[in-house]
Design a protein around this ligand. Sequence first.
Ligand code: NAP
Length: 307
Amino acid sequence: MSEILFDRIALIGIGLIGSSIARDIKKYGLARDVVISTRSAETLKRAEELELGTAYTTSAAEAVKDADLVIVSVPVGASEAVAEQIAPHLKAGAIVTDVGSTKASVIAQMAPHMPENVHFIPGHPLAGTEKSGPDAGFSGLFKGRWCIFTPLPGTDQTALERLSTFWKALGSMIDEMDPQHHDKVLAIVSHLPHIIAYNIVGTADDLEAVTESEVIKYSASGFRDFTRLAASDPTMWRDVCLHNKDAILEMLARFSEDLAYLQRAIRWGEGDKLFELFSRTRTIRRSIVQAGQDVDSPDFGRHALDK
Ligand code: NAP
């Protein structure tokens, strides 16, 4: 048990991220009341069955009443609609944050609706899986992972510290950057890899020479690692692509150029160029392991198969 950090927390959206937050709040005793809100009665019922909160409603407006901390965990394209619904009902002094994977767009959608007497602090925990919905969440998802804030100019430092304390209680490490920078960094470390994975798996699916059964049967090779990313939630990733368009297009252009270089080296048998690139990229993998952001084992999430 940690100490109670907020009297009442409202969680708007209770999928993978929202329900993982809910589980940690409960585990560490971080709030007296946790009001859960989601748009569908079906998801709400599931959240209640899982005992993720202390009160449940399909009305986001209802949920935020008297809440000291409001965490919005919905697809980024739904941010403005949610902001509109909750804005008139927010408690003076409340902290409103989100977990969206893109930041400039979320700020543009939410900030204009936020009353002056609340602290709106956009955030993004860099943690997740390819699963979605309240059953997919788990306690410990954020442990050892970064949570990035993109505070607006003039953000109240005490509110920022309270929110940092909350995420630290979930095991996160905190960083701050401006929203445009965040969107560029995430375009390369997260958005581009997902788009590449969707593309490779889509290409394999389209290939007539390779039957679907062969793709599945021989998937022990590199393909399998891409299928995990390509199984990610279609709504979430559609929204990420639409709401981080500029940074993603910039990274895709660079990626295409580098791919053409690789293509040329293969065509002309330039083994030294291939070897140089493959050696350089291997070092990056080692650095990620050294930074504690992955384990040095060859199985990317395949553990369950061995059990
Ligand atoms: P999820 O598991 O699919 O859950 C989505 C939640 O949002 C559900 O409660 C769903 O409600 C609600 N929702 C969906 N569409 C909505 C709409 N149009 N209006 C209002 N509510 C809506 O999603 P998630 O993985 O938790 O992702 C939530 C946010 O976290 C996204 O912004 C995503 O970018 C960000 N994020 C995701 C990851 C990841 O790896 N998944 C990592 C970091 C950040 P119903 O079920 O009731 O329809």
